[in-house]
Design a protein around this ligand. Structure first.
Ligand code: GAP
Length: 462
């Protein structure tokens, strides 16, 4: 991926701050690199995605259950899973300005050469031979490439003097593997079945700063689907289809989505096959989601290290085996970024003005309906408030009486609110209001008593 000199995300980042979607982390202290807060509208989008995901993959299926496991897992988990040994990036430091970089990204950015899988020695050699320079200070004086583990360490005090190291989980998946036996023992699950989880993961990443694309603290929505070994291919194909259905359900532009099969040499240590679903972000095509065939690597490793049998007993066919796993994994923050990029639009209007509008699909929009009194007059306010009260339980509804009506429409356009309802002087005469549709900006007059049925129709249409 070539670096752009103009940051294509700039207008989206600015809108996110201006409108309360995403704020820079710890801003009053000057910021804290690669951390962000979701503001009031961002958290609504996040919850909408989580709910859609959970309803689609867990509640609407009889072969899925959900859990919410801990962030801190027994330290042996990470020895068993291979993360202590192999979950690292090759990094290099500039000796002049002390900046630290991922070697593969640095080489790729300056030469377009794909160097994944190369040894530390080879990477260090290429840095010298290709005359790579520090993007910050232009020096060519680097340390050798070294491996840095991506897991965040923390200390747990056993006594005042004694501490032991624990890790913040770098993937939610392992919490699922640790609870696999409990789920089999307590629920009436039969293979094939899956366990889903939404939660935080942490990685000490050196990031190129593409907003919320690569964070050190992020949310994953993951499924571990347990199958018999000889059926993994058919389940893999089915899960790829389900993942695509989810993409379309949340309104992602299918033209920007692609599949990228990992070549053998790029597979993670646990995977025999991986397909990424990529998205054409404004800064380049990058991984959005992943689908991996993890074999029975994780369960075998946990059985070995815990000395607890993780065999599945199939009483009907009189078989015992360690199930194989298909893993569909979804990054929540990347989903939000892709939806923000898809939705963002600067439209030239007939009067020469530019309108910024977020074309979120209705199930993602953080506010579904906004209610305005045309002017700050008691009669209009009373009527508008009554309408607001009658809708707020069913829809995420906002009431706004501040400033000129045009500005209030523009504000809702930037939030991506599908419908705005305005109470004006005619309302007081004939009990009708205007309802304005976000994308066409068309307004129609409807009776107050028909607002609920009209909205029901409009939201069901989508
Ligand atoms: N359990 C498998 C696993 O963790 P991964 O490809 O490393 O696989 C899964 O991560 C998903 O999590 C990615 O497809 C991406 O959406 C998201 N993700 C990974 N690292 C991330 C980061 N540093 N910031 C934000 N999202 C990230």
């Amino acid at each position: 991926m070539k670096k752009n000199t103009i940051d294509p995300l700039k207008p989206i980042v600015a809108l996110c701050k201006r409108r309360g979607f995403v704020y820079p982390g710890s801003e009053i202290y000057g910021g804290f690199a690669n951390t962000y807060s979701y503001g009031p509208y961002g958290v609504e989008i996040k919850n909408n995605i989580k709910n859609l995901w959970w309803n689609f993959f867990v509640r609407s299926r009889s072969d899925m259950v959900g859990i919410d496991g801990p962030i801190l897992l027994h330290p042996l988990t990470w020895k068993a899973s291979g993360h202590i040994e192999g979950f690292s990036d090759a990094l290099i430091d500039c000796k002049e300005c002390k900046a630290r970089f991922r070697v593969d990204k640095l080489i790729e950015d300056q030469t377009n050469q794909d160097v994944e899988g190369l040894s530390l020695e080879d990477l260090t050699d290429i840095m010298i031979k290709k005359d790579i320079s520090c993007p910050k200070c232009k020096s060519k004086n680097f340390t050798k490439a070294r491996h840095f583990n991506l897991m965040f360490k923390t200390e747990m005090s056993k006594t005042d003097a004694e501490h032991s190291t624990a890790y913040l989980r770098p993937e939610t998946a392992q919490a699922i593997f640790l609870d696999y036996k409990n789920v089999v023992d307590t629920m009436r699950v039969k293979i094939p079945f899956g366990i889903a989880q939404i939660g935080k993961a942490f990685r000490n990443e050196i990031t190129p700063g593409n907003f919320i694309f690569r964070l050190i603290e992020f949310d994953q929505m993951e499924i571990e689907y347990f199958v018999e070994q000889n059926t993994w291919q058919e389940h893999f194909e089915k899960w790829l289809d389900e993942m695509k259905k989810f993409c379309s359900m949340i309104g992602l532009d299918s033209n920007k989505l692609k599949e990228a099969e990992h070549p053998k040499e790029k597979l993670s240590h646990y995977s025999k096959r991986t397909i990424d679903i990529t998205y054409d972000f404004p800064f380049g095509t990058n991984e959005l989601y992943g689908l991996a065939y993890r074999t029975n690597f994780d369960l075998c490793q946990h059985q070995k290290h815990s000395k607890v049998s993780l065999e599945y007993i199939d009483n009907v066919n009189n078989k015992r085996f360690i199930p194989h796993v298909i893993e569909p994994t979804f990054g929540l923050d990347r989903t939000i970024l892709a939806l923000l990029c898809d939705a963002y639009d600067e439209e030239k209007l007939e009067n020469g003005e530019t309108r910024t509008v977020m074309h979120f699909s209705k199930n993602i929009a953080p506010v579904k309906v906004a209610i305005f009194p045309l002017m700050k007059k008691p009669d209009l306010i009373k009527e508008a408030r009554n309408i607001f009260d009658s809708l707020k339980i069913k829809y995420a509804t906002e009431y706004d009486e501040a400033g000129a009506i045009g500005k209030r429409y523009r504000r809702q356009d930037e939030l991506g609110t599908p419908y705005c309802i305005t109470v004006d002087y005619q309302t007081l005469e004939d009990q009708t209001v205007t309802i304005r549709e976000r994308d066409s900006m068309k307004q129609e007059r409807i009776k107050i008593e028909n607002i609920k049925s009209t909205l029901l129709n409009y939201f069901e249409e989508s």
